[in-house]
Design a protein around this ligand. Structure first.
Ligand code: PMP
Length: 361
């Protein structure tokens, strides 16, 4: 009964639209916890909320498209010129704009798999082809295989570190060796959405890497460590020609004044926000230790989530956890990704996960 006769672009044929998960529900009044979207569990800082509320009073006006105050503050924090920064409606939007600007039908985009679910969708929307290179057995990027996957059609490579949904970081040495093998006209995206949660001294820092590499684009976001997921604001750090290409494809006024004000207030309250990140990192260590102690083989994580390799048990496990009021993100046949939440949420999750392992032994 679908009467639509419009023809859509053929590259849309195989695109599976992103399916949002269901938040957990309970009828018995006990608390529920959403550990499925890698969100920050803390409520907003009062100063950040006040800045957003004040900015909301200007809702009849378009936002400041130049985002001058925020870009100045970011530039100072990162030690990079304003001309090397591009904001977007979440870092995922910046990735879409960058790919839209740089790849099209006939091109190939190489990235590790499993990784962030938005990658195959973003690539398909451009009409280009995804070349997915399997992770190693310990859930890390396999750079030898990624290098072997480069062809003369490769236009971009996406590197996710820490990798969503598995958690490990890419080390500086392995990245730099790989970058030396990538032709200078191939874009390399370093997606550091979880940068602030990294505690591995061998991890690369995108800001250092991009400086003398004009083909590298670093993506970061206010969604995770800064707790602004609902306002949709992220950014790229790259050389000016890359920044210009991203800006050309960006939606006009895509970053609201509320998001800009909240991000600016968050940078000013950074110490307090990073203390919260530290508390989440402590919780991550506890969750991983307890899971391992009860027999789970979880990879090391440097993000705000842990990966449970469950294979065929993924759906049954996720439903069992959901029945106790905790939603996680299942990848059927592979495993489940579980966000590090507040202590009570992690306790409830650990209770179910440890009991699950014990019931199997
Ligand atoms: N990159 C990775 C690896 C992510 O996991 C996410 C969020 N799930 C993003 C980018 C996008 O973040 P946002 O669009 O909220 O900035």
């Amino acid at each position: 009964q679908d009467e639509v006769r419009v023809r859509f672009r053929s590259c849309l044929d195989d695109v599976a639209a992103y399916k949002p998960g269901r938040p957990p529900e309970r009828t018995d009044g006990r608390p529920t916890y959403k550990l499925s979207s890698n969100e920050n569990p803390y409520p907003p800082l009062p100063g950040v909320l006040a800045a957003a509320t004040e900015a909301a009073a200007d809702m009849n006006r378009y936002p400041d498209m130049g985002a001058f105050d925020l870009l100045e503050a970011l530039s100072e924090k990162l030690g990079v010129p304003v001309s090397d920064l591009a904001l977007g409606t979440g870092s995922v939007a910046v990735l879409y704009h960058l790919l839209q600007a740089s790849v099209s039908e006939g091109d190939e985009v190489v990235y590790a798999w499993r990784s962030f679910e938005a990658y195959p969708i973003a690539v398909q929307l451009t009409g280009a082809t995804s070349v997915q290179v399997p992770l190693t057995a310990d859930a890390r990027h396999d750079f030898k295989a990624m290098e072997a996957a480069l062809t003369e059609r490769t236009r971009a490579v996406l590197v996710c570190s820490p990798n969503n949904p598995t958690g490990p970081v890419v080390h500086r040495d392995e990245l730099l060796t790989f970058l030396d093998a990538v032709p200078a006209d191939v874009i390399v995206v370093l997606d550091e959405a979880y940068y602030e949660f990294i505690r591995d001294p061998e991890a690369f820092d995108g800001v250092e890497v991009y400086r003398d590499r004009p083909n590298v684009v670093v993506l970061r976001t206010f969604s995770k460590a800064y707790g602004l997921a609902g306002f949709r604001i992220g950014y790229a750090i790259a050389h000016p020609p890359m920044v210009a290409a991203i800006r050309k494809c960006a939606l006009p006024f895509g970053v609201s004044q509320i998001a800009q004000a909240a991000a600016l207030a968050s940078l000013r309250a950074e110490d307090e926000l990073l203390e919260r990140v530290e508390a989440l990192v402590t919780e991550r260590t506890r969750v991983v230790q307890e899971l391992r102690a009860s027999g789970w083989d979880v990879p090391e994580s440097h993000a705000n989530f842990v990966w449970m390799p469950l294979g065929d048990e993924t759906v049954a496990f996720s439903e069992a956890v959901q029945a106790e009021g905790v939603s996680v993100r299942p990848f059927p046949g592979e495993g489940a990704r579980v966000t590090i939440g507040e202590r009570a949420a992690n306790d409830l999750f650990l209770e179910v996960a440890c009991a699950w392992r014990q019931s199997e032994v």
